[in-house]
Design a binder for this molecule. Sequence first.
Ligand SMILES: Nc1ncnc2c1ncn2[C@@H]1O[C@H](COP(=O)(O)OP(=O)(O)O)[C@@H](O)[C@H]1O
Ligand SMILES: [Mg+2]
Length: 310
Amino acid sequence: MIEVNELTKRYGRHPAVSGISFRVEQGGIVGFLGPNGAGKTTTLRMLTGYLPPTSGTASVAGYDVFRDSIAARRSIGYMPENVPLYGEMRVREYLNFRARIKGVTGGDVRRRVGDVLETCGLTGVRRKMIKTLSKGYRQRVGLADALVHDPGLLILDEPTNGLDPTQIRQIRELIRRLGEHHTVMISTHILSEVQMVAGRVIIIDEGRIKADDTPANLIDEMRAAGRLQVEIQGDGEVVAGALGRLNGVKKVVPDVLGGDWCRYLVWVASDGDVREQVADLAARHGWPLRSLFLHQATLEDVFVELTRKD
Ligand SMILES: Nc1ncnc2c1ncn2[C@@H]1O[C@H](COP(=O)(O)OP(=O)(O)O)[C@@H](O)[C@H]1O
Ligand SMILES: [Mg+2]
């Protein structure tokens, strides 16, 4: 659905995006993550054909987004970072207008607008003026706009920006549903968001791709993936060796506390919970155990780790 090759954008001498490449197959939700200034918006604007790259290529649904931008845009629904809406227009009127601009004609306009009003939960406010709507509803109008010409690909730039937690939850639910029938690429810096809906995550920082994988794999590969903290009394080397042989343990780092007590940091695979095994082990050997704490790694840990500036 998307194919990006060595895409680069420089503003003057400042590189905003530096030779990024990735492919997105049809279907599913891809999270595009990165700190502010990472190059997310610049990339998405190039992907939608609104910003010419300095070099490199991008295609959507087989069409080069620069040489064949009209054909490519038929497959793209784009919701920019700041949704430009006409506040004086009424919701349905605005969507009719946008549908026509995007080449929807005749009876299809009415049908498509009816569909997206329904999908985005806007039927009840279709006669309201856009400027009277809450920010959450305005974002829905932006989504409806992106959807109105029935594109296969939705590109959403920080769609939950500025929304309150309830509105965020509603938009997330909507995006999850859209992901069942569309390919969705969603940029955000709200990580919990993506961890919940995306099957794949691309992390960008300083214009370069730092990671590209499923959330589970990213968490798994991380140094901090599930970190267990255990305090056991006994011979440090023997205990560390035994902990290291437990199922699902990747690494054990002992840290002497004094008086025969030792704290062990035990790295485990993200889907593993070895707490019971550790408790059993201590009981079997008669080792006093006084603390057992599991820190579950999140996508946020991965993000912080990959985009750390030190
Ligand atoms: N029109 C522009 N002119 C000059 N620099 C820009 C312009 N737009 C973005 N930048 C710079 O490019 C970098 C990437 O910006 P952007 O793509 O907006 O990042 P993000 O969306 O990840 O926050 C930033 O350093 C930003 O300051
Ligand atoms: Mg941005």
